[in-house]
Design a binder for this molecule. Sequence first.
Ligand code: AMP
Length: 111
Amino acid sequence: MDCIFCRIAAGEVPAEKVYEDDRVVAFRDINPQAPVHVLLIPRTHVESVARLEDPGLAAHLLQKAAEVARSLDLEKKGYRLVINHGPLAGQSVFHLHIHILGGRPLSWPPG
Ligand code: AMP
């Protein structure tokens, strides 16, 4: 299996990392949709949120998403966390990732 996000987590593909620990990695999106656009991924390969079966990892991801957002100075003005699953949502990389978006007004409902 050749997964680009597994390779980023392993350090085999360069990425602008903003946080990492033994379970997760956060790095800047290559095609940012907001002034701050970071992706947070588990190191282990999980195809999508629909395949996330480890409640400990789920909690860690959510907690770290908020922590990374705070470290990027997004907490006061606000930010959005997005997880796309499947074709209608436009999931294009099949390794679970949380988009952390901020730095501009984010319209609602999302497109
Ligand atoms: P999604 O459409 O939710 O699957 O999001 C995939 C995201 O991964 C997109 O925002 C892409 O710009 C981003 N992306 C794809 N390849 C890379 C990469 N090598 N480094 C950083 N971000 C990437």
